[in-house]
Write a protein that binds this ligand. Structure first.
Ligand code: GDP
Ligand code: GDP
Length: 482
């Protein structure tokens, strides 16, 4: 289709859309097409850490805030959980909630380990909710955490938990004695008072996180090197960065660990973010899984691209898949590294292909590189894969082109007729990139199968290798004639 045809069709569709009921937000989305479009870096959501002694009800509270969907409370003490951070929202504001309830507590030095854990959580958050058990009173451990919190200078909201009835509310008043301001009596178990608690948190919560710094404009590309233990992350980092690494920019709030490292690869500079956990075997002794998971999440948040390593010589595990899912959920570009290729023979190779095909069929778009961090074989292929993925991640399809493409697609493969009606795509736009997000205005419900078909066709036509893409559909009705 020629440019002038595209333009004519675009104007026709856009004109037609005027006869539909559009919300203010629709109009804002549509405004993005009129040239105000910028490639926006993803914002880092503010982080709320929920801290406190064991058994005060931290996990129950997290569960309550996140919603019934995830069951994080576990009956077996000492069992580490899969995840440490959850996306949640309150009164229309999105944030990340850090659960510290899954930490293993070293019984011998309980105070020390609780304090250590609280310290890490405080470093990674913007606001801290300190949970105390109002039925127990203030313990030495509580006081120790309070001292840490004071030193951090971060805003603190005090939750007096296990206040299951109005009668007990007055009892929580003694918690003013902690010197942290008003105690909010809550019952995490029954949901009492959690709304007031969250309202108080919202008052001190910034819009954007100061700890999970957003990716700055310009500068080197930021890469998160992630994967389960022993897949070869530190070996690859050593290969790429070498031993004469330049250490920059310590993690906000900490001065203990050097975290970001530069590498010059093929004449371009790359920044590997949050590598402290890779270089040094930190906190191996207690709660290792917890820290690893926290680090992974933090690194991904800071990066534009997740470089996920697998050990190609071993069967794919759930943990491998989970890390990949974390990258996709965060909306970052993705390159999959099949490491230890020196150990892979013909049989294993075929088996791996089958595993990837079976488990990761939704991620066929990921860029993949087989290499050996040990011998250095094919490590020179990394940069091209990372560049492709990031370019895709930043791609924006002009509105005219997008609508022309969808017009042709619908003409050749219309949406199936359902209940005598045929839903039509009225208009489409891509209001943002990083990762590419598409909004489709439609006259009726677009089935999941058809959405997937559109995604496949978009990928086939425009590339998007190495980046997740998001398609949302807004069903709009024709405006009623007055
Ligand atoms: P965590 O170790 O701080 O994460 O604590 P949990 O969330 O695992 O809770 C510890 C225990 O306290 C569990 O048996 C919960 O059922 C109980 N619990 C949590 N919140 C409340 C509450 O609001 N009221 C009462 N009565 N019990 C609670
Ligand atoms: P990390 O825990 O992901 O940082 O993994 P390491 O880099 O510490 O590697 C774990 C083990 O795998 C070490 O014994 C490495 O020498 C080994 N290893 C790493 N990469 C390769 C590779 O490409 N081939 C082989 N054969 N071994 C590797």
């Amino acid at each position: 289709m020629s440019t002038s045809d595209e333009q004519a069709q675009y104007e026709l569709l856009r004109g037609n859309l005027e006869s539909y009921d559009l919300s203010e937000e629709d109009i804002a989305v549509l405004g993005a097409e009129a040239g105000q479009y910028v490639v926006e870096r993803p914002k880092a959501l503010p982080v709320i850490a929920v801290v406190g002694r064991p058994n005060v009800g931290k996990s129950t509270l997290v569960n309550r805030i996140v919603g019934e969907r995830v069951a994080v409370v576990q009956d077996t003490p000492g069992v580490t959980r899969d995840r440490v951070s959850y996306g949640a929202s309150w009164t229309g504001r999105d944030f990340t909630l850090l659960d510290t309830g899954g930490w293993e507590v070293d019984v011998a030095g309980i105070d020390a380990s609780v304090a250590k854990q609280a310290e890490v959580a405080i470093d990674h958050s913007d606001v801290v909710v300190l949970v105390v058990d109002a039925t127990v009173g203030i313990t030495n451990t509580d006081e120790q955490i309070v001292r840490l919190l004071r030193r951090s200078g971060k805003p603190i909201v005090l939750a007096a938990n296990k206040v299951d009835s109005a009668m007990q509310e007055a009892d929580a008043a003694y918690l003013w004695g902690l010197g942290l301001g008003e105690p909010y009596p809550v019952s995490a178990m029954h949901g009492r008072g959690t709304g007031d608690l969250l309202d108080a948190v919202m008052k001190v919560l910034p819009d954007e996180s100061a700890v999970a710094e957003p990716t700055p404009e310009g500068g080197p590309r930021r890469i998160a090197l992630v994967g389960r233990p022993n897949v070869g992350k530190s070996s690859l980092l050593n290969k790429l960065v070498g031993e004469e690494r330049v250490v920059v920019d310590p993690l906000a709030g900490t001065t203990r660990d050097p975290v970001d490292e530069y590498a010059e690869l093929d004449g371009e500079s790359w920044m590997f973010v949050d590598t402290a956990g890779i270089r040094r075997r930190v906190h191996q002794a207690s709660g290792a899984d917890y820290y690893a998971s926290l680090r992974t999440q933090a690194a991904i948040e800071k990066a534009e691209l997740g470089l996920v390593l697998l050990d190609a010589s071993e069967p794919l595990t759930e943990q491998d898949i989970r890390v990949m899912q974390q990258v996709v959920d965060a909306g970052r570009a993705l390159v999959l590294i099949c490491n230890k290729w020196d150990l892979v023979d013909e049989d294993r190779r075929a088996e791996l292909d089958r595993e990837l095909d079976r488990e990761l069929s939704q991620l066929r778009w990921a860029e993949r590189v087989n290499l050996s961090a040990l011998t250095g074989w094919h490590t020179n292929r990394l940069t091209r894969a990372m560049e492709t993925a990031i370019t895709s991640w930043e791609t924006r399809i002009p509105t005219g082109k997008l609508n022309a493409f969808l017009g042709e697609l619908a003409a050749a493969h219309p949406h199936p007729v359902r209940g005598g009606k045929q839903p039509r795509i009225l208009f489409a736009t891509q209001p943002s990139a990083c990762p590419p997000r598409f909004v489709l205005f439609a006259s009726g419900f677009i089935e999941a199968g058809y959405r997937r078909f559109i995604e496949r066709q978009l990928r086939e036509t425009f590339g998007f290798d190495g980046t997740p893409i998001e398609i949302s559909v807004r069903v709009r009705e024709r405006r009623k004639r007055k």
